[in-house]
Write a protein that binds this ligand. Structure first.
Ligand SMILES: Nc1ncnc2c1ncn2[C@@H]1O[C@H](COP(=O)(O)OP(=O)(O)O)[C@@H](O)[C@H]1O
Ligand SMILES: O=C(COP(=O)(O)O)[C@H](O)[C@H](O)COP(=O)(O)O
Length: 688
């Protein structure tokens, strides 16, 4: 075991002492007799055989998943050392599963959370009470479900589905988590298409894992006939006249609707909702103490990420839970002197309560649980930055002169987030006339009046409000308007165009405003090569149009630079390279010059580019707080991708499953934009 920290050793010591020194009533009267009888059973129907041998009819309402997990060490211990060995074997199995649970929780969070989870989970009075004093075996389904959610976070969907199925096969009540997982997948752009397959895999593995037990009469009567499922409607408001309001189903439906409303839930948000569902199940039904473990793992994770107030609430919940169940649930008896029977404690007789003391304690527990639920929902769902700006798209505006690289940068951004999470709209599609119209003798494309900026602005605003638009389309290969095309609203909307930042009301709507201020010689090089080779123009016509457009560029394009959050310029390292229009672009070494006002986000990028990619990065911070960053050198796609987790840890769930990172300055531009989007995310109230 890797956890040598004092807190871990303390938790392990407490567990070992309790395993040795106390015998829980549930284990003594139910679980140990059933598990030690299993080898003697002469049929697969362990449950019928056990009852026929005089065992309790409700001793082990669990299927083969539980038997496979808990029987080996229990039976081995029984063979070696009789009842004491069986108890030790079962106790060690619970500790092993508990340790796996701790490691799974630590895998969810960053390293900083590992220490907190030792305190919040490994030393939680709830987890110790349930597993070692009350003796319930709920750690198994809880662990299986948590592993399923961790695999989901790691995008390993088939394995996640399998573990979800095993969790439900282990404990049917776990099924209430399944619709939440399915709704998360359905609302996620990166996993939407995998939802049906995930559900099918879950059902298939469940049938394989649960089927063998479910076919056995003994299991049916012991496990399926129990009143457990009835408990889910136990708390109801009866209005009379046959009208009853079932509270748990109502709360559950509300949480499911929350996922539907949020559209793009993060895994953190899903974990929070699963924890809330289990918390509601515990508070709104006469739940067995073991059910509290199901929500405790999620509350521990939330508390580890939250602050002191969450910690105090979590402590109050733990204390009230243990106090309540020491009074109302079976416990243990001591196996060492003075051999006290502690399986049922009660308050001192002299205490004259007002009402039921346990009622007061349970009410305190319920109030604490509701307070935690509200805080979790607020912090992990409402405030969680994912929700803040997945309610509306994140809109990036890119302006610049003709040939400055607007469409190229738009594609580079979409390569990071994926086409199913990003949409693009181009100002070129809003030219007022086709290429060969006589109007172009009076106006250039750079003049605002030569473009339908009213419709351009209206369509961009519609997309930013999550409305689908039918945009016009200008086909550069033929030089005229063709069939309009649908643009769906996605999480990221990339707006590029000569006048993208020109309408002030439009510029205010952008979350990130970029101006491309390409080196003039390089721009001419790129524009001539593109307009001649791709758009079919004559070289002399392109050169003439560059000159003719210069006044409009100064009047309408360049002023947009002032509105930009960041100005990006591409420059040739060797000026003479761009004079040779026949020189292939890949032979031209480029340098990126960035200027803006938010240098902090650029500082961490600069540091990473130097350390991880060995690039030459010079940063200049001016007296007015603005900065310039010069980046020169080459980087492989692998280096670009390797920088991302450290540069923008909070962006992981927004990126495509397999982002298309580019090499060299195209990849560097991707990192610059990603770090700027992350900066805006953090400023919008995000954390991490
Ligand atoms: N960062 C870049 N790296 C390499 N080539 C670029 C880059 N930006 C633009 N180009 C090239 O310059 C030409 C014009 O780019 P484009 O994106 O069409 O500009 P705009 O959309 O601003 O008119 C294209 O041929 C493109 O390949
Ligand atoms: O200046 C531009 C704007 O496009 P961009 O910013 O992409 O250069 C183009 O010349 C016009 O769109 C007309 O296109 P065409 O020259 O094909 O008629």
């Amino acid at each position: 075991m890797k956890q040598e920290s004092p807190l871990f050793l303390l938790g392990l010591l407490i567990r070992l002492v309790l395993v040795v020194a106390v015998l829980p009533w549930t284990q003594e009267h139910w679980f140990l007799p059933f598990l030690t009888h299993a080898p003697a059973s002469n049929s697969l129907d362990l449950w019928s055989d056990f009852v026929a041998s005089g065992g309790a009819s409700n001793a082990f309402p669990y299927g083969f998943i539980y038997v496979i997990a808990y029987a080996p060490l229990t039976v081995l211990g029984n063979v070696i050392a009789g009842a004491a060995g069986a108890k030790l074997g079962l106790g060690l199995t619970i500790i092993a599963l508990d340790y796996a649970m701790l490691r799974t929780l630590q895998a969810f969070g960053s390293r900083a959370l590992s220490g907190k989870l030792l305190l919040l989970y490994w030393l939680s009075p709830i987890t110790i009470y349930i597993g070692y004093w009350h003796g319930h075996l709920d750690i198994l389904p809880t662990l299986l479900l948590s592993v399923s959610l961790l695999l989901l976070k790691q995008n390993r969907l088939p394995f996640s589905a399998a573990f979800l199925a095993l969790a439900i096969a282990a404990k049917i009540s776990m099924v209430i988590a399944a619709p939440l997982v399915f709704a998360y997948l359905w609302g996620s752009p990166r996993h939407h298409k995998d939802t049906i397959a995930y559900i099918a895999q879950t059902v298939l593995v469940f049938l394989l894992a649960f089927g063998p037990s479910a076919l056995l009469p003994g299991f049916q009567s012991m496990a399926l006939g129990t009143p457990e499922l009835q408990k889910s409607i136990a708390l109801a408001i009866n209005y009379g006249g046959g009208l009853t309001l079932y509270l748990l189903p109502m709360v559950y439906a509300g949480l499911l609707l929350t996922i539907w409303r949020i559209r793009r839930l993060s895994v953190n948000g899903l974990l929070c909702l699963v924890g809330l569902v289990f918390l509601a199940l515990y508070i709104l039904t006469p739940a067995a103490p073991g059910w509290a473990l199901w929500f405790t793992v999620f509350l521990a994770l939330h508390t580890a990420k939250s602050g002191l107030r969450a910690g105090m609430l979590y402590l109050a919940l733990n204390i009230s839970f243990v106090a309540l169940h020491l009074l109302v649930s079976t416990g243990s008896r001591l196996l060492i002197p003075p051999y006290w029977n502690l399986d049922e404690l009660s308050l001192p007789a002299g205490l004259v309560p007002i009402g039921e003391p346990t009622g007061w304690i349970f009410s305190l527990l319920a109030v604490t649980a509701v307070a935690i639920a509200i805080q979790m929902f607020r912090e992990q769902i409402l405030q969680e930055n994912y929700h803040l700006w997945t309610r509306r798209p994140f809109v990036v505006g890119i302006a610049g002169d003709s040939g400055a690289g607007k469409d190229t940068l738009s594609d580079l951004i979409r390569d990071m987030f994926g086409r199913n999470a990003s949409s693009a709209i181009s100002g070129d599609d809003y030219h007022s006339w086709d290429r060969h119209k006589p109007m172009w003798r009076a106006l250039t494309h750079l003049h605002p009046n030569a473009n339908d900026l009213v419709r351009f602005e209206s369509d961009v605003l519609a997309l930013s409000e999550r409305q689908t638009v039918r945009a016009p389309h200008y086909d550069h290969s033929v030089g005229r308007m063709t069939k309009p095309h649908r643009i769906e609203p996605r999480e990221f909307v990339i707006v590029s165009g000569l006048h993208a930042l020109y309408p002030h009301t439009l510029a205010q709507r952008f979350d990130l405003k970029i101006f491309l201020d390409m080196h003039e010689g390089l721009r001419r090089y790129f524009k001539i090569r593109r307009d001649v080779k791709v758009r079919g123009h004559a070289p002399e016509k392109v050169l003439r149009s560059i000159e003719d457009r210069y006044p409009d560029s100064r009047a309408y394009i360049q002023p947009q630079k002032q509105l930009a959050d960041i100005v990006i310029s591409l420059e040739p390292v060797r000026e003479q390279d761009v004079l040779d229009f026949d020189l292939p672009p890949e032979d031209i070494a480029l340098r990126i010059r960035i200027s803006g006002r938010h240098f902090d986000s650029m500082r961490s990028l600069a540091r990473l580019l130097i350390s991880a990619c060995g690039l030459n990065v010079i940063d200049l911070v001016h007296d007015d707080g603005s900065f310039e960053l010069l980046i020169e050198g080459t980087a492989t796609k692998g280096q670009i991708g390797s920088v991302v987790p450290e540069l923008t840890p909070g962006m992981a769930e927004h990126l495509a499953l397999n982002p298309n990172w580019h090499a060299d300055q195209a990849g560097l531009l991707q990192l610059v934009i990603l770090s700027q989007i992350d900066r805006v995310r953090a400023a919008a109230g995000g954390r991490e």
